[in-house]
Design a protein around this ligand. Structure first.
Ligand code: ADP
Ligand code: ADP
Ligand code: ZN
Ligand code: ZN
Length: 887
């Protein structure tokens, strides 16, 4: 039966049909949406938008695709989960661009994830300026991630470890016997090292500082490992006398240099606490061979436009583009006509770019090596080189253009992806798709407007339109009213979260939503802002930051009011996060004499090296600090790195839950203590998956998937642990509950309910208690931190620092969040937050607008004042949008 009405041109035809979707909270949903259109999925957080767009439509498309390419994978896909839906028809192949969740490859950069870096390496290989007599290098010779290209001294990391004397010997007035060498092992091994030194003729009973430098250096830095007979616990004189007298040595011992001990232990220990212990003696310095540029010197001697590849990759992308445009222009002016014709006929260089190996030490295999021109070792001929310049530079410009259009021209190719926000990363992926020339696919996107200033949102809409014009469909989960208004079709899911949602309230062209009473989206799209007009509070106290420098901030002076709600806004890349999330907590924390946040000291090798690469904050702060005792920075960093941490453990409520279980009569009879109900320690948890509930399955050529643990069926626990029930549920069933459900279940248990209510109030009622921290989006992680903070007793002396707290929130959830923040301010606290939603900014007390542009074109304070004052600024890019929101 074909329902398609072809004679009515004005109405969009819904071609993709979903019947009986029941994924997660979806209530047997039927849905029809059009292809070749921008379809926006809206609804409050937890209503089921993602379950529909990602969990059902995308998952099904993915499943079909995998089935068609790899029959053997079917079994694995079945294990990984098939969407719960009766049928889907008319769905084209799908590409999903989701916000990054959890950890990511620490070595990847803007250049590597966009694959632009491989083109740049080709450019340097073929079109670079070589020093005289140097032979031509392969493209891989320019990569720090290949054995051929990596700097041999630092293995391509750019930094090397140092174990400085003042860290190993913090108190040089002590003698070795008094444990001057703090980095030595404790107990018998330390005694042994001391005795060996005595046997080698060192005096361990003089203060460290009085030992000759030569001796100190040997003791700390030697790589020799002498093995000698030892007299236990003697002074140098006693030992020498004993030896002279021919006394029997106590034993034979081996010496290991203090530095070597630290490095060996750091590299080899399996114990995290041991690793952390020795890590305190490590620092890193830029590699002396490559000066932090990570590649070998021959490669660094090749230049393009006067820059080596490291400096080239460090340029902001918009500058890089201008430089390349100039190079193309120059080349085309110089290139002889016949060569240009040859090039046009496709007889010039032929090359194919490969994916960059992003894992440290990944060998470049045959698959990623590009086809080289025949004349590989001879320097390229001038004409050939001009042709290569023109061709490769043009290719690079084509790739860079959409990234710049999406407002990311301030990034550089060498920027590490872990320092990007989720929104930036997603837009980068989106830009990469634009050059992939795919058509006939559905792009499924998760809030592409995240992190975008309203001024930049227009560019995003242009890019989405471009994808659509090329014959693709766009399914977008969004909260931005601007994007909703631009949609061809809107699907509103709700009305509430979790079991209160999961229905499609409306599916059709945008205007039609105006008549759907039940929809919470409707009011924001067609009515007023939703927030009551706010009279700004008057600040009475200020702190003054001066000479603040970090990233693109250079000597910035800014005053921050205390006791009110301040919003810092500005175009993407203007420096909001640098100022608010990085500098402010650090400078004030310093002033208060403590670090703002207790971060665990880094443990992984790479982390120490990178930790010291993060930019430095400079600046001073003055003012009356009597009102601030604490600084709490609530950021979007993940709350845990393993699937074993989750919101129940993070907020502390799981401690109470475990105690409830241990207090049951049956647990007492069996002698089960609270630890028995933990999945973080051995005892009651499933030994196969060690409490994770899932095990990883490696797939050839495909990303590995996690599948349910076969032994505990995903419950994380041994069956004996699960036999203990509290109010009729076992501990695993409790972890499966959403916050909302748990609120009902734990009725009367005030300590548990306090945490749950705080989570619900932060708009997280839909999260499951056991939801792994690695699955939370940056915005969710931030709200979990906020909720954890809100459940504490409020004292009114805290400075809260937040970075785009409304990301991922429906307008109605954002309203609730803001009213919570207002309560905190009413209680005497200070809130300073980065925000881009003008609706929210209009409800602030004070606004600091940054700009004027992004990157080096930003970093300045453009306008300050009440929202109404900033709205009248002629300099501020935010002003017109803010003025509209204040109406
Ligand atoms: P939205 O995208 O509208 O914020 P989701 O589709 O993510 O909402 O979630 C809808 C509901 O499904 C929520 O109650 C959520 O807790 C639940 N949910 C989401 N993911 C899972 C999952 N992997 N397992 C079980 N429940 C889930
Ligand atoms: P906003 O928050 O306004 O989007 P950011 O403060 O994140 O802006 O960025 C301001 C500038 O600082 C940009 O040019 C950005 O690329 C740069 N930047 C931010 N973080 C880092 C970092 N960790 N390393 C290097 N550059 C950074
Ligand atoms: Zn090096
Ligand atoms: Zn298990």
């Amino acid at each position: 039966l074909h329902e398609r009405i072809t004679d009515n041109e004005t109405h969009i035809q819904p071609d993709v049909r979903v019947l009986g979707a029941r994924q997660n909270n979806l209530q047997n949903v039927d849905l029809s949406v059009p292809r070749d259109a921008l379809v926006v999925f809206t609804g409050v957080s937890g209503s089921g938008k993602s379950s529909l767009a990602f969990g059902t439509l995308y998952a099904e498309s993915q499943r079909r695709y995998l089935e068609s390419v790899a029959p053997y994978a079917r079994r694995l896909i079945d294990q990984a989960g098939v969407p719960d839906v009766d049928s889907i028809t008319g769905m084209p192949p799908a590409v999903a661009l989701q916000q990054q969740r959890g950890g990511q490859n620490s070595r990847s950069t803007v250049g590597s994830i966009t694959t632009i870096s491989s083109l740049v390496r080709m450019l340097f290989s073929r079109a670079g300026q070589y020093p005289e007599h140097q032979s031509m290098l392969y493209a891989e010779d320019f990569s720090a991630n290949t054995p051929q290209g990596a700097c041999p001294q630092c293995y391509g990391i750019g930094r090397v470890y140092e174990v400085p004397e003042d860290r190993m010997v913090p108190d040089p007035t002590k003698t070795i016997r008094e444990r001057a060498i703090a980095s030595w092992p404790t107990a018998w091994h330390g005694h042994q090292l001391r005795d060996v030194l005595v046997a080698l003729g060192y005096d361990v009973d003089v203060p460290w500082k009085d030992l000759p430098k030569k001796d100190r250096d040997w003791i700390l830095y030697t790589d020799e490992t002498p093995h000698v007979p030892v007299y236990s616990r003697m002074t140098l004189a006693e030992a020498q006398a004993a030896k002279k007298a021919g006394a029997e040595p106590s034993y034979s011992g081996t010496y290991v240099g203090a530095k070597r001990y630290v490095l060996d232990t750091f590299a080899n220990t399996k114990s995290a606490s041991m690793k952390r212990k020795v890590a305190q003696f490590l620092t890193s310095i830029p590699c002396p061979a490559c000066h932090g540029k990570r590649i070998k010197s021959e490669a660094l001697s090749v230049t393009f436009a006067g820059l080596d590849i490291a400096d080239f990759s460090h340029l902001p992308l918009h500058e890089l583009t201008s430089l390349l445009e100039k190079a193309v222009e120059d080349a085309s002016r110089k290139i002889p006509l016949n060569a240009r014709e040859e090039e046009a006929l496709g007889q010039g260089l032929h090359q194919k770019t490969g994916e960059e190996a992003t894992e440290p030490g990944t060998p470049a295999n045959g698959l990623t090596t590009e086809i080289e021109p025949e004349a590989r070792k001879a320097p390229p001929q001038p004409t050939e080189k001009l042709a290569a310049t023109s061709r490769l530079a043009t290719g690079l410009i084509e790739r860079l253009r959409p990234i710049i259009d999406l407002g990311l021209g301030y990034l550089s190719l060498d920027r590490m992806t872990p320092t990007l926000s989720g929104g930036e990363l997603q837009r980068l992926r989106l830009a990469t798709q634009l050059t992939s020339e795919l058509f006939g696919v559905v792009y499924v996107l998760d809030e592409p407007s995240a992190g975008l200033h309203p001024q930049d949102t227009r560019a995003l809409l242009g890019v989405l339109d471009g994808l659509k014009a090329r014959g693709n469909s766009l399914f977008v989960v969004e909260h931005s009213i601007e994007v909703m208004k631009h949609a061809d079709w809107i699907v509103d899911v709700g009305p509430g979260a979790g079991e209160h949602g999961g229905r499609v309230l409306y599916s059709g062209e945008v205007d039609g939503l105006a008549h759907v009473q039940e929809s919470l989206t409707r009011g924001y799209l067609f009515g007023d802002s939703g927030l009551a007009p706010h009279t700004p509070r008057k600040p009475e106290q200020w702190i003054k930051l001066s000479g603040v420098s970090r990233n693109n901030l250079h000597n910035v002076d800014v005053q921050i009011p205390l006791g009110i709600l301040t919003v810092v806004t500005g175009v993407s890349g203007s420096g909001k996060s640098s100022l608010v999330s990085q500098c402010l907590p650090q400078l004030i924390g310093h002033r208060l004499g403590k670090t703002a946040q207790v971060d665990e000291s880094p443990v992984e090798g790479d982390e120490i090296l990178r930790a010291e690469q993060t930019p430095e904050t400079r600046g001073t702060v003055e003012g009356d600090f009597s009102g601030i005792r604490r600084v709490v920075a609530i950021d979007q960093k993940p709350i845990g790195r393993t699937p074993r941490s989750n919101i129940a453990t993070y907020t502390g409520l799981f401690d109470h839950v475990r105690r409830r279980f241990a207090d049951t009569a049956e647990a007492k009879r069996r002698g089960y203590k609270p630890g028995r109900f933990s999945f973080n320690v051995a005892g009651g948890r499933c030994p196969t998956c060690e409490g994770e509930g899932s095990v990883m399955v490696e797939l050839l050529f495909l990303p590995s998937v996690y599948t349910k643990c076969p032994d505990c069926q995903g419950t994380r626990y041994q069956s004996s642990t699960l036999e203990i029930l509290w109010r009729g549920k076992n501990v695993s069933q409790i972890l499966e509950m959403s916050v909302e459900e748990a609120l009902g279940f734990f009725d009367g248990e005030s300590d548990i309910k306090r945490s749950l209510a705080a989570l619900r109030d932060a708009g997280l009622g839909y999260l499951r208690l056991g939801q792994p921290a690695t699955e939370l989006s940056g915005g969710e992680a931030q709200r979990v931190k906020l909720a954890t903070e809100l459940q504490r007793a409020q004292r009114g002396d805290t400075l809260y620092v937040l970075d785009e707290p409304t990301t991922g929130l429906h307008c109605s959830d954002a309203d609730r969040l803001i009213s919570h923040l207002q309560t905190l301010v009413d209680a005497g606290n200070t809130v300073v937050m980065v925000e881009l939603d003008m609706r929210i900014i209009a409800a602030a007390d004070y606004v600091i607008d940054m700009g004027p542009g992004a990157g080096e074109e930003g970093g300045q304070i453009v306008a300050v004042g009440t929202p109404a004052e900033v709205a009248t600024s002629t300099e501020s890019a935010s002003a017109p949008f803010l003025a509209a929101a204040l109406k």
